[in-house]
Design a protein around this ligand. Structure first.
Ligand code: HEC
Length: 259
């Protein structure tokens, strides 16, 4: 009887331990700044106002060099994201155009974009992108937060971390100095300066605020269903706990008379 009790207890602790540990890799970081984001932790949710501002920073500053190909315009209106009204998303999409199909003479046809279209690419080809950027390719940003260790804190640190004073022993040529970037020399010029955007909600657009908002937005972009995942996780955990309790009760009942 005691053996059963112990085994079940260990099983229970293991399951809980394992499920809690899944995200701990996010925390392994060397020295990134940690401003603290609302989506952190098992109960965390996105700050929608910050997501909206972050979209504004992406679209007005970053999108001229970086695409976001995994996202469609309509994602902007879905639950768990910035939740822009559908009418507004239609309007945003229609501001871009795309070649789609051919007319009767075989000439490519242009049309304005729809909410179901993916975000437009800033350059026609990789070569063109490199040519315009010091030979470096500006990566697609839709999954960048997942592609870097401690992604959102790194992004925040990188964007606000440009320094004018270059260490004496470094020769970086045409590149910019950013101690957060591995190696310190980055081909992206400092993209954000005080008042690079004028926030529609009146929030002062400091470099710190814009870096924070766009890091927030790109975290959502990398996983638009994060809130749903967390919610489901709790339902599954709850079910598991009830299941383990029922198992325990039935097993102890079954072996009640075994000595
Ligand atoms: C003028 C073009 C340009 C703009 C505007 C721009 N970037 Fe970049 N970005 C680049 C280039 C080029 C690179 C590649 C740098 C390299 O390889 O050294 C890059 C790299 C990056 C990286 C990858 C860094 C890494 O660890 O590899 C991130 C993240 C990034 N940019 C985010 C942003 C964000 C967010 C914005 C808007 C606030 C932005 N960029 C605006 C050109 C740009």
């Amino acid at each position: 009887m005691n053996i059963f009790k112990n085994n079940i207890f260990i099983f229970f602790v293991l399951i809980i331990g394992l499920s809690m540990n899944v995200n701990s890799a996010e925390g392994t970081t060397f020295k990134n700044l940690k401003p603290g984001f609302s989506f952190e932790g098992p109960f965390g949710k996105f700050d929608k106002e910050s997501l909206k501002r972050g979209y504004q920073v992406y679209s007005e500053v970053c999108s001229s060099c970086h695409g976001m190909k995994q996202l469609s315009f309509r994602n902007l209106s879905q639950p768990g994201g910035p939740e822009f009204p559908t009418e507004m998303v239609k309007e945003i999409a229609s501001g871009y155009s795309i070649t789609d199909g051919f007319n009767e003479y075989g000439e490519p046809l242009e049309r304005s974009m729809l909410p179901s279209d993916r975000f437009p690419k800033p350059y026609g080809s990789k070569e063109e992108a490199k040519g315009a950027n010091n030979g470096a390719y500006p990566p697609d940003l839709s999954l960048i937060v997942k592609a870097r260790l401690d992604g959102y804190n790194y992004l925040y640190s990188l964007l606000k971390g440009y320094e004018e004073e270059i260490p004496e022993d470094m020769d970086i040529g045409d590149l910019s100095y950013n101690p957060w970037y591995p190696g310190g020399a980055i081909a992206m010029y400092q993209p954000l300066y005080e008042d690079s955007v004028e926030y529609e909600d009146g929030t002062p657009a400091t470099v710190d605020q814009m870096s924070y908002d766009v890091a927030n937005f790109l975290t959502w972009a990398a996983e638009p269903t994060m809130e749903e995942r967390k919610r489901l996780g709790f339902i599954v955990m709850g079910f598991l706990i009830i299941f383990v309790i029922l198992m325990y009760l039935s097993v102890s009942r079954l072996f009640r008379d075994v000595h």
